[in-house]
Design a protein around this ligand. Structure first.
Ligand code: EPU
Length: 427
């Protein structure tokens, strides 16, 4: 097991390239199950979630080749094997195997998904959708069993705007009989990306990216090539760290339209931001003003950037209120930031950050993926050396992070943990 070490306090400069979107990748890969011939997805990020999904597709009989971020899946020999636990637990997005396997085989048995612990993360809306399409869904000993004689299109109103439920229902409905209408659908760019792949496979989907999606079921889907969209959360992480410690950073391979809420907040703080077709330049700023953040569904400020932004706010003058309306308990990074000298208190769904403070290097632990990103940013801002453990979370979602940050001039490296440190981690 490794830890990350960061010698902070140095300004960063240069160009940093964004990889393909993790939250698209984890849906696009299961979506290949629905085809009857090989599907190629280009530009996947080099992250552990992608490798775990590759293993899961191989477990059910898929042939998968992955080279330089391009994955070709031959789903023709796949069978509906139960996937009770093990690897399924490594990532939350394994729930997409339910929709895809139900759509193709009309049955599936999948262990309850794992992923980051951000407070309660129910999947009732996914199940409501599967049931509306005609599936019988039972929960037996920690696994979800789905069975249907036939899937029939239905009108489904989501009680909660959910990215996962919207995509999962699309996956189950593309090969159902007749028309499915998803109302109050989520509008995140990753949903459009999955709908684009499915359409290239022969699916008939209209309205992805709006809150009403119409799907006309087809009997079969075929192989195709698809290029994944850039990761807007990785892009946002880089923009935030550039605002925190940059003296001119160009974030490359980004869709600026996806970043509007983040750009607006950075500008409100006094950060110079310029955009062109597929790049965003973040200029350095000596003084930053505190701004309040409230996370909302897309196109609002993303919950996944709330934690990294909280790290940046330590540099800003004044008091900022950060409210997460999506996940009530996404504040595990706060205690760690406090160890680094931050003055932050949590009240209900909000964290109140008082700045500016000079963060100090410390030993901290990433409890989830974006908490990890927040601690890396804080480490780059801090005086002295910061040690971050819990790298398995960061590795789930950030591809080549050390190399990318070294490219900007950061002093950051991975080190093997000692036996004593591993022992401490357990206790
Ligand atoms: N919710 C329900 N019932 C459901 C589904 C969701 O009550 O059946 C609630 C959730 O508890 C949450 C809200 O609805 O309060 C939104 O959840 P959503 O379903 O949209 O989240 P998700 O699909 O499970 C994805 C991303 C998350 C990101 C959220 C919100 C993936 C694999 N994960 O999760 O990404 O935070 O959307 O945008 O796409 C991350 O990348 O670090 C991450 C956690």
């Amino acid at each position: 097991m490794e830890k990350l070490k960061i010698a902070g306090g140095y300004p960063l400069e240069g160009t940093i390239k964004v990889s393909g979107a993790k939250n698209s990748a984890v849906a696009l890969i299961p979506a290949t199950i629905l085809a009857d011939s090989p599907v190629t997805i280009e530009g996947l990020p080099d992250i552990s979630d992608v490798r775990t999904l590759q293993d899961l597709l191989e477990e059910i009989g898929g042939t998968v080749q992955l080279e330089d971020g391009d994955m070709t899946v031959d789903p023709s020999q796949m069978v509906s094997m139960p996937l009770p636990s093990g690897k399924v637990k490594k990532l939350r997005a394994s729930y997409y195997l339910m929709g895809a396997m139900l759509g193709r085989f009309k049955k599936a048995a999948i262990g309850l998904p794992g992923g980051c612990h951000l407070g309660p993360r129910p999947i009732d809306q996914h199940i409501k959708g599967f049931e509306a399409l005609g599936a019988e869904v039972t929960n037996e000993q920690g696994a979800i069993y789905l069975r249907a004689d036939e899937l029939k299109g239905a009108r489904i109103y989501l009680d909660v705007v959910s990215v996962g439920a919207t995509i999962n229902i699309m996956l189950a409905a593309v090969r159902a009989k007749g028309r499915t209408i998803i109302e109050n659908a989520a509008k995140e760019p990753e949903i459009i990306d999955v709908a684009t792949l499915l359409s290239n496979m022969g699916a008939r989907i209209k309205g992805a990216g709006t809150d009403v999606i119409r799907i006309d079921g087809v009997d079969e889907l075929h192989g195709c090539r698809h290029t994944i969209i850039p990761d807007r959360i990785e892009a946002g992480t880089f923009m935030i760290l550039a605002a925190a410690v940059g003296k001119g950073v160009l974030v490359d391979n980004v869709i600026p339209l996806h970043m509007e809420s983040v750009i607006a907040k950075l500008r409100e703080m006094g950060v110079p931001v310029e955009t062109n077709d597929d790049q965003i330049f973040i200029g350095g700023a000596d003084k930053l003003k505190a701004v309040d953040i409230k996370t909302l569904v897309y196109p609002g400020f993303p919950t996944d950037l709330q934690q990294p932004f909280t790290a940046l706010l330590n540099r800003a003058e004044g008091s900022a209120v950060v409210t997460d309306t999506i996940y009530s308990a996404r504040f595990k990074h706060i205690d760690e930031l406090r160890r680094m000298n931050a003055t932050i208190k949590v009240e209900g769904r909000s964290a109140i950050v008082n700045g500016p403070v000079q963060l100090q290097g410390a030993k901290v632990k990433a409890s989830d993926l974006r908490a990890g990103a927040a601690l890396v940013i804080a480490g780059l801002m801090a005086e002295g050396v910061t040690e971050v453990t819990g790298l398995e979370h960061i590795d789930r979602g950030y591809s080549d992070l050390v190399k990318k940050l070294e490219g900007l001039g950061a002093t950051i490296w991975r080190e093997k943990m000692t036996a004593e440190e591993l022992e401490q981690l357990k206790s």
